[in-house]
Design a protein around this ligand. Structure first.
Ligand SMILES: C[S@@+](CC[C@H](N)C(=O)[O-])C[C@H]1O[C@@H](n2cnc3c(N)ncnc32)[C@H](O)[C@@H]1O
Length: 275
């Protein structure tokens, strides 16, 4: 099977929309009155969840009316945040067909269907004209993409000159070997991490000026500590990323925290401008 097929299989669930809606109902939410904030525990599939998205948005500088591209949007949490809280129009693309369908269902449920749109597509070959978007961002996606030069060149192609581009991704550390499984891969065959310096060089070649690089490792450690404490006090929450990751969630989480503490991974933000 191709890497793309393996990646889409890795993320596919089979019955994700119903699973999330049932968990929301079990958590006492009225399914006819859902807000983007209600979905945040489950629809932000990256380290730090909604908190990380809000922090990132402060540095990214999106303005109302901008048309943004979310590359590898997953089930769309960040896109609905930028639409609902910053007045942006967002187009999300993702390799995994089920995620695009769930993203659209959730947008409908929170009344944002007119502001966000999702398409199944590969980030390496996107179905958009040159210079379509005012800005783009990508959260925790490049770990599944070996051809990072191709990825950033393709994103540069669809951005207007001077557009903003933000990345929040998991970078590799000094030790290349990871403890698997992790949330983005069960084994090394679909995991491709680049170090922060390599990322900066790749972005430069693709036509981006990197204006800020931020190591988010300490934030991530603190976030996981708080998550563990909350689970110890009140038990696992009904709504969470375990709904996406299934029974292997505890092991994936444990390995990710271990990789983080052993310097094998560095969650890192890059804020760039297309030249
Ligand atoms: C860990 S999830 C992050 C989802 C979302 N960005 C978020 O933060 O909630 C990784 C996502 O990247 C997508 N992905 C991986 N490789 C891709 C590719 N080549 N093109 C488009 N999407 C891809 C996967 O389908 C998955 O939805």
């Amino acid at each position: 099977m191709s890497v793309d097929g393996k990646v889409a299989n890795h993320y596919s669930h089979g019955d994700l929309a119903q699973t999330i809606l049932a968990a929301l109902a079990a958590a006492g939410k009225d399914l006819d009155e859902l807000t983007p904030a209600d979905l945040a525990p489950v629809d932000e599939f990256h380290i730090g969840g909604r908190e990380a998205t809000v922090d990132f948005a402060g540095r990214f500088g999106a303005k109302a009316g901008m048309h943004l591209l979310d590359v590898g949007c997953g089930i769309g949490g960040a896109s609905r945040y930028f639409a609902g809280s910053h007045g942006c129009r967002v187009t999300g693309i993702d390799l995994t067909p089920e995620y695009c369908a769930v993203a659209a269902t959730l947008a409908e449920k929170v009344g944002l269907a007119d502001h966000v749109r999702y398409r199944q597509a590969n980030a390496l070959s996107m179905p958009f004209e040159d210079e379509t978007f005012d800005g783009a961002y990508t959260f925790h996606v490049a770990m599944n993409i070996a051809d990072k030069a191709g990825l950033y060149a393709e994103i540069a192609r669809v951005l207007r000159p001077d557009a903003i581009f933000g990345i929040y991704d998991v970078c590799g550390g000094e030790t290349e070997e990871l403890h698997f499984p992790v949330p983005w891969a069960d084994d090394p065959s679909i995991s491709f991490l680049a170090g922060p310096d390599e990322m900066t060089a790749l972005l430069d070649v693709a036509g981006f000026d990197v204006v800020e690089t931020l190591d988010r490792s300490e934030f991530a450690k603190d976030f996981f500590d708080r998550m563990r404490q909350a689970a110890a006090e009140t038990g696992p929450p009904p709504l969470g990323l375990h709904l996406l990751m299934g029974p292997a969630f505890p092991e994936k989480l444990k390995n990710m925290v271990r990789n983080l503490h052993e310097g094998r991974i560095y969650p890192t933000e890059f804020i760039c401008r297309r030249r």
